[in-house]
Design a binder for this molecule. Structure first.
Ligand SMILES: Cc1cc2nc3c(=O)[nH]c(=O)nc-3n(C[C@H](O)[C@H](O)[C@H](O)COP(=O)(O)OP(=O)(O)OC[C@H]3O[C@@H](n4cnc5c(N)ncnc54)[C@H](O)[C@@H]3O)c2cc1C
Length: 506
């Protein structure tokens, strides 16, 4: 069947990747699973082949390819029948080094991203703590600036590549009094003095090392801060969309391998004088799973296309991760059944697939958290993205920034603000801007011109940026990151957003 997403070049790349895995990975997977360790040599081989820098620019040693090469890579990775190997490699390329590449200084990129692409620097992302997993905002690890360095104290847990890796992209609080406004990302060398690692024993993902990390007065150069202090939470929320999408693609790739393996077994195994693939009850189960796999696959590909086209797709990435990881789990359960007792034996690959797929609905945001995000967007009208695409925007005449802000009353959700009090001031430069005060007082909204009262939060921006963010042509998080909008209290501003319906053209 003609593919709408993969070109001939993508498929040639797939074939060469399959050949590589067949020769240099498949023969050793069992050994790596048993030893619970992936040798450095395979990281470096994959670096030499260019597999670790697919979307990175050539100036850093990457291949500068489109996102569908990463989709091919991730699918084939998932077919190596080692969730641990797949996890280690995808954390490296899509979930950790990415933060330094997107927000870090040139010095940090040269120090960590270039060797990461070569497979010489193994990266990890340290978000989860013993007391804070889903509730990321509640992390306790601190980094205190003392002259030319940070002093880091705290602990992390479940960190992939945290035992044998080289650098941790550490999520910590540089100012704990500011809540999410005090979260920052810092690159911490794994072998820095004061960093300790304990290797955790797990149900599955045996080839990958998962660490509990301790940080005891760890001294890190101030220059290892990634991007700006206090922006870590926003960087993370942005990066998690890719992590979730990659999680979905891993799910699809794993199911594909498991289904192919199962179909072969069903054609070879006989019972009651015929191959088991002749029993209608089993045929229908395969047919049902196939229907679910195909529909999930094409939804996930669609979201990959959105990502490739730089669209900020929070709801869609969350749906992809939710559906694909739940389906991988269900497929593992149902397909193993087709093998009878052999499915329970280690010499058959299904046993490992069954163990490994279980983590899909937990890591990188649990299914419950995915449903929370989706529910907030569809029920509470929470906006992580614009109301309109750029093409639609071109066709309509939009109200000015001033008109939008003076009409906020029309979008106010008073029932959501019954217990809330706060004054927000907007300083919007440009011909269509001005100074405005928006006061929320227990379910009542008052918008006035000028800077009135004592502000809980001050927002500074330009008229076209405010208009773009409100009407959907500008991604608010990107506007914050690039300094197009300055907000004195990010948490208050995020709360403010929940009191208004999304802008819609009449
Ligand atoms: C093998 C493995 C590798 C991992 N790799 C990494 C890594 O490299 N880096 C990293 O930072 N983390 C990593 N993690 C951590 C992973 O992302 C967390 O385990 C996950 O986010 C859940 O956090 P938690 O375990 O603290 O569970 P909790 O947050 O304590 O959740 C417990 C249960 O409560 C539910 N729950 C929590 N909040 C809500 C809510 N608001 N509504 C409804 N239900 C809720 C959860 O869905 C879950 O079912 C890894 C985990 C594992 C097991």
């Amino acid at each position: 069947m003609k593919s709408y997403y993969f070109s001939e070049e993508h498929e040639l790349f797939r074939q060469s990747l399959k050949d590589f895995f067949k020769k240099e990975v498949h023969p050793y997977i069992d050994e790596w699973e048993a030893e619970q360790r992936i040798p450095r040599s395979i990281w470096e081989r994959m670096g030499e082949m260019g597999y670790l820098g697919l979307n990175y620019p050539e100036s850093y040693g990457g291949l500068n390819l489109d996102f569908f090469y990463s989709v091919v890579f991730t699918e084939e990775l998932a077919k190596t029948w080692s969730g641990g190997f797949s996890a280690a490699l995808s954390v490296q390329q899509f979930m950790s080094s990415t933060y330094i590449f997107k927000y870090g200084s040139e010095e940090l990129k040269q120090k960590y991203v270039v060797p990461a692409i070569q497979g010489k620097c193994i990266c990890s992302i340290g978000i989860t703590e013993p007391g804070a997993g889903s509730d990321v905002a509640n992390i306790k690890t601190t980094a205190t600036l003392q002259g030319d360095h940070y002093l880091i104290n705290g602990s992390k847990t479940f960190i992939t590549n945290g035992v044998y890796g080289d650098v941790i992209i550490l999520v910590c609080k540089t100012d704990p009094s500011k809540g999410i406004n005090g979260v920052s990302l810092i690159a911490v060398d794994r072998n820095a003095e004061g960093v300790t690692a304990n290797k955790l024993k797990k149900l599955g993902w045996h080839a990958s090392d998962t660490a509990e990390l301790g940080f005891d007065n760890v001294k890190v150069p101030a220059g290892n801060l990634i991007g700006e202090e206090g922006m870590g939470f926003i960087y993370l929320m942005n990066g998690l969309q890719l992590e979730r999408l990659i999680g979905a693609v891993l799910g699809i790739g794993g199911i594909d391998a498991a289904l192919e393996y199962t179909l072969k077994y069903m054609s070879e195994r006989s019972a009651f004088g015929r191959p088991i693939n002749r029993f209608q009850v089993l045929r229908h189960r395969i047919a049902q799973l196939t229907a679910e796999i195909e529909s999930t696959r094409y939804y996930v590909y669609h979201v990959c296309k959105m990502h490739n086209d730089d669209q900020y797709a929070v709801k869609e990435s969350s749906i992809s991760k939710l559906l694909a990881s739940e389906l991988a789990d269900k497929s593992a359960y149902q397909l193993l059944q087709m093998f009878g007792g052999y499915g329970y034996m280690e010499e058959y690959k299904m046993a490992r697939f069954f163990r490994d797929s279980r983590i899909g609905t937990i890591g990188g945001g649990t299914s419950e958290i995915m449903r929370e995000i989706i529910a907030k967007m569809v029920i509470d009208d929470k906006a992580y993205e614009g109301a309109f695409g750029n093409d639609e925007l071109k066709a309509i005449e939009l109200p000015t920034a001033k008109e939008i802000i003076l009409n906020l009353n029309n979008r106010f959700k008073e029932d959501r603000a019954l217990d809330y009090e706060g004054i927000f001031q907007f300083d919007i430069s440009g011909d269509n801007g001005g100074q405005f005060t928006v006061e929320i007082d227990k379910g009542k909204l008052k918008v006035s011109e000028g800077m009135n009262g004592e502000a809980l939060c001050l927002v500074e921006t330009e008229d076209h940026v405010y208009q773009g963010v409100e009407t959907g042509s500008i991604n608010p998080q990107q506007a914050l990151m690039t300094g197009q909008i300055k907000v004195s209290d990010l948490a208050a501003m995020m709360k403010f957003g929940t009191f208004f319906k999304r802008y819609k053209q009449n």
